[in-house]
Every structure is written in structure tokens, then in C-alpha cells.
Design a protein around this ligand. Structure first.
Ligand code: MRU
Length: 326
């Protein structure tokens, strides 16, 4: 199953707001419909957002009176994942060839993502076994970086999947990932479907479980990797990196080359999406905090490169803590 695709002249995507209760495909034929889906996280995860940006640009070129303005709205729908902007820009670069050329570019981005995820799965699984010295490592992960965050297969969870398919996964620990619970709702759904051994854990348990030796490696995805290797990813990643360093556990980022952003010099320059406080004040629309309570809701954090043991892409392994740069 593909998370996002172009079917009969429209974008089709799995609605991630209703999983795991329902598996619903949304058919979206307008740029503003896609902007709304991106903002609501019906489609989410950096690689999937890249494909959404490119396919949405094809919709803009085909249907919109002002395609550049429509593409700009899509590009700005979420600021942190560089893949969204890159998907729009790469598709727009084919504008002179008209709709067919733009769509062709978008479909290549889709296909490249599928191939990249498979390559990262293999390279990442080999690397985790090498770094941990374990034939069957136990790994910890945060958010959802599986097939739902890409077109198929995924990045960090794609490594978990490869380990599992090879019979080399002892256990995965998946953080729940408050406030929107991508771990509880989406990663657990994927792990169930693949039949992998796993436990869900509260976000705040992550660093302590590392200290007590419950995982041999931490695997995360990325929304943007700066030129110095600093990595933006789901909020909670930085706390895991600190806990991993203290516990002497390798901390590995798994992301395609398209998530590396040479134009962003360091993590300090990465714009962090601030989402609505209501997401923190309750759960799935049910208010838990008292009347008058207000929240801060950064959707991402930045892990400094010196806490990152390795970055795995479809082409290479970079070792930021050793001074290597992407
Ligand atoms: O807010 P989300 O759910 O889009 O955040 C997703 C993440 O932080 C992922 O870890 C990242 O995009 C990599 S997905 C392979």
C-alpha cells in the first residue's frame, strides 16, 4: 500500500488523522485541499510531504489560474520539513515543460523515495548491528518514520522493518509521541501489521529506559538536516539524544539525501513549527487542562550534531560526532 500517490488525475493519500481506528483513502483534487491535508497532518512525515509538495504543484499547474501563488501556499503549509519546499521547487523547475513535465518530475520524486527507503533500510540495519555489536539489536524510536511517513517502507522504522524481516530484531521500543501520538497511533499500527516485537512507552520514559539498558540503539528520522549535521526531528528527539549519550547508546538518524539542506548552516537557523496549544491541552479533541490553561507546542526540536553517532542516507553513512559533515 502506498501512503500517497497520483491516481486518475488526483492525489490519493491515507488519512493519518483517523488511524488506527479506520483506514481511509482521501482523494484530493485541489491545491487548497492538499494544503489543508498537510496542515491537519492527514499526510505527514518529511518524505511523504516532499511527494505531496510535488504532486500538489502538478495540480497547481494543471488547474490554478495563478499556479505560482498556489504552489507558494502549499510550500508554506508546514515550515520545518525541507522536503515539502524541495518537492514544490523541484516540480516547479519543470514548469516550462507544462503539466506533463511537472507531473513527471513529481512521479520521479515518488519513485526515488521508494528506492531510497529500501536502500536506507539495508544500510541502516547493517550499521545498527555493527555499532551495537549485536546480531539482534533492541532499538528505540520516536514519532512515526515508517511507510506512513514516506511513500512505502519508511526511514528509521524502515530500518526496524528490515531488521525484523531478516529475523534480526530483538525488540523495538516506540515512544508514544505526544501531543499527536504518532507513535501510539501510527508506529504501533505499522509494527502490528509487520508482526514485529515491540512495546509502546511514554515519552518521558525514553531516557530512563536507555539508562537502564533497555535499548542498544536509538533510531530517528529527520525533517531537516543542516549543513553542519544538526538535525530537526519530532519533539522529544533531543531528550533521547541526551539520554543516549549519557547511556553510551548509539544515536542514529535515518533520512534520505533530500532531507539534507545545505542552505541551512546550523540547527539554529531551522524554523521550528509551533502548533496550536489545543493539541497539548487535550487529547484528540477532548480537553483535559482546566479552563484558562495555555500551552506551548513546538512540533520539532533540534539535536546538535555532536550527539549524533551516524546519519544514514540511501547513499552513505556520515559520522557527525567524528566531525564529518553531510
Ligand atoms: O509532525 P510530523 O508527524 O510530520 O513529524 C514527523 C517526524 O518528525 C518524522 O520523524 C520525520 O518527518 C521523518 S519521517 C520519515
Amino acid at each position: 500500500m502506498r501512503t500517497i500517490d497520483w491516481i486518475d488525475g488526483a492525489v490519493e493519500l491515507v488519512d493519518q488523522t483517523v488511524l488506527p481506528d479506520e483506514l481511509v483513502l482521501l482523494r484530493i483534487g485541489t491545491v487548497d485541499g492538499l494544503v489543508d491535508a498537510v496542515r491537519r497532518l492527514a499526510v505527514r512525515g518529511a518524505p511523504a510531504l516532499g511527494v505531496a509538495g510535488a504532486l500538489g504543484t502538478a495540480l497547481a499547474v494543471r488547474d490554478e489560474p495563478d499556479p505560482l501563488a498556489a504552489a507558494a501556499r502549499l510550500r508554506a503549509a508546514r515550515p520545518t520539513a525541507v522536503n515539502l519546499a524541495r518537492g514544490v521547487d523541484e516540480a516547479l523547475a519543470c514548469l516550462d515543460g507544462g503539466f506533463e513535465a511537472v507531473l513527471g518530475r513529481a512521479l520521479r520524486i515518488r519513485d526515488d523515495d521508494i528506492a531510497a527507503c529500501l536502500a536506507m533500510g539495508r544500510r541502516g540495519a547493517d550499521l545498527v548491528r555493527e555499532l551495537t555489536g549485536r546480531d539482534r539489536p533492541r532499538v528505540m524510536t520516536v514519532c512515526n518514520t515508517g511507510g506512513l511517513a514516506a511513500v512505502e517502507y519508511g526511514t528509521a522504522l524502515g530500518v526496524v522493518r528490515t531488521l525484523h524481516e531478516r529475523g534480526q530484531l530483538a525488540r523495538a521500543l516506540a515512544l508514544e509521541t505526544r501531543p499527536l501520538l504518532q507513535g501510539t497511533r501510527l508506529t504501533a499500527w505499522e509494527l502490528e501489521r509487520m508482526g514485529a516485537p515491540y512495546r509502546l512507552v511514554a515519552d518521558s520514559a525514553g531516557p530512563f529506559l536507555l539508562a537502564r539498558g533497555h535499548a542498544d540503539a536509538v533510531l530517528i528520522g529527520a525533517d531537516r538536516i543542516a549543513a553542519d549535521g544538526d538535525t530537526a526531528n519530532k519533539i522529544g528527539s533531543y531528550a533521547l539524544a541526551l539520554g543516549a549519550r549519557r547511556a553510551g547508546v548509539p544515536f542514529v538518524v535515518v533520512a534520505p539525501e533530500s532531507t539534507v539542506d545545505p542552505a541551512t548552516p546550523t540547527g539554529a537557523a531551522i524554523e521550528i513549527e509551533e502548533r496550536c496549544g489545543e493539541e497539548v491541552l487535550g487529547v484528540r479533541g477532548v480537553r483535559l487542562a482546566p479552563e484558562g490553561a495555555r500551552a506551548l507546542n513546538p512540533a520539532f526540536d533540534v539535536t546538535p550534531h555532536d550527539l549524533i553517532t551516524a546519519i544514514v542516507t540511501e547513499r552513505r553513512v556520515i559520522r557527525p560526532e567524528r566531525g564529518e559533515r553531510p
